[in-house]
Design a protein around this ligand. Structure first.
Ligand code: UDP
Ligand code: MG
Length: 325
């Protein structure tokens, strides 16, 4: 694929501390790939996901300094998955192959070379897979492990230890863009495209600067998205829980009848109280799960746009989007 044009898509949310370094490294990667004859042209597409710091100013400056850098400014913070989608959509219009990577470069850029090799051999999708998670905290590592297991047990196809570091050919991105859903969980969507896939393995590094933009609450939200966007097995669990509860109730009735026949009638206040609480809790949990799905349906039927591009910068060329509305 010597004549291919590669676009590296980097979603950025408050990444002013990282971008200078990130650009230096990615420019190097592009030069290396070019001289190795693995592609003809490379661009770095920064998608500014409504940052509150000076990320966009920095992107504009970097775009002036490096011919490789292009910036896409989203009008509002739409979250990592939507920002990535915006970048991929642009990239599929302007290049032959895309690689998505986080701005903090925790994912080893050396894996990009291998990804391009796999692409050269005909793969449409190449997953970057973490070999181990030494640099993540014990908590993050284990919650992630639990999450992958859970999601797999629900019959969803996810690649173990793969986040959003992946190569996609234009064909694969176009296929992805045909997915109409608004609840995005790309890790689950991409494997369902099919096409020729491959994996490359790498060690994940620590974030160099800035802090994680995925606090526990966002991580939890992503995990919920992953589960409820793909399977309705949670709903099925409600039935099972309800069934178990009926069994419990039946045995409780049998038990209380036996106690009645022994003559202790007012006895049993504690167990009564406990069951009320238990059943109340179980009902609320079930309602919560149903509510989660209804919320999703609500969001899907609204068909809101995923993002809105405010500006595109490519060197001296700055386009304000939507002026012709
Ligand atoms: N990010 C984004 N929008 C958000 C949150 C994060 O575009 O609302 C970007 C962020 O700039 C980074 C990537 O998503 O490039 C992953 O975030 P981070 O590295 O903080 O996540 P972690 O590695 O801690 O899971
Ligand atoms: Mg990170």
């Amino acid at each position: 694929m010597e004549n291919a044009k590669l676009i590296i898509v980097v979603p950025c949310y408050n990444e002013e501390e990282m971008l200078e370094y990130t650009t230096r490294e990615l420019v190097e990667v592009i030069a290396r790939l070019k001289s190795g004859g693995k592609m003809a042209e490379g661009k770095i597409l920064y998608v500014d996901d409504g940052s509150r710091d000076s990320t966009w100013k920095l992107i504009e400056r970097l775009s002036h300094e490096h011919v490789e850098v292009v910036g896409l400014k989203l009008a509002h913070n739409v979250g990592h998955q939507n920002a990535l989608w915006a970048g991929l959509e642009w990239a599929a219009e302007h290049g032959d192959v895309t690689i998505s990577i986080d701005a903090d470069l925790q994912d080893d850029t050396r894996a990009i070379d291998e990804m391009m090799d796999a692409y050269g051999l005909g793969a449409d999708i190449v997953y970057g897979v973490r070999r181990e998670r030494k640099t993540d905290s014990w908590f993050k590592r284990n919650t992630a492990l639990f999450f992958y297991r859970l999601i797999r047990s629900m019959g969803e196809e996810v690649v173990y230890n793969h986040a959003d570091f992946r190569l996609m050919s234009r064909r694969a991105v176009k296929a992805l863009m045909a997915y109409p859903e608004r609840n995005l969980f790309l890790r689950g969507m991409v494997p369902s495209i099919g096409l020729a896939t491959a994996s490359v393995y790498y060690d994940r590094k620590e974030r160099m600067a800035g802090e994680s933009k995925y606090p526990l609450s966002k991580m939890f939200a992503l995990a919920m998205e992953g589960i409820t966007s793909f399977s309705v097995s949670l709903l099925r669990w409600i039935y099972i829980a309800g069934f178990v509860m009926i069994l419990l109730a039946v045995s409780a009735i049998v038990y209380s009848l036996c106690v009645y026949h022994t003559g202790h009638v007012v006895w049993g206040w504690t167990s009564l109280l406990i069951s009320i609480w238990f059943i109340g809790g179980a009902t609320l949990v079930s309602l919560g799960i149903i509510g989660e799905y209804i919320g999703k349906i609500y969001r899907e039927v609204k068909r809101r746009p995923r993002y809105f591009v405010e500006k595109v910068v490519d060197g001296d060329d700055v386009k304000l989007m939507g002026r012709d509305f």
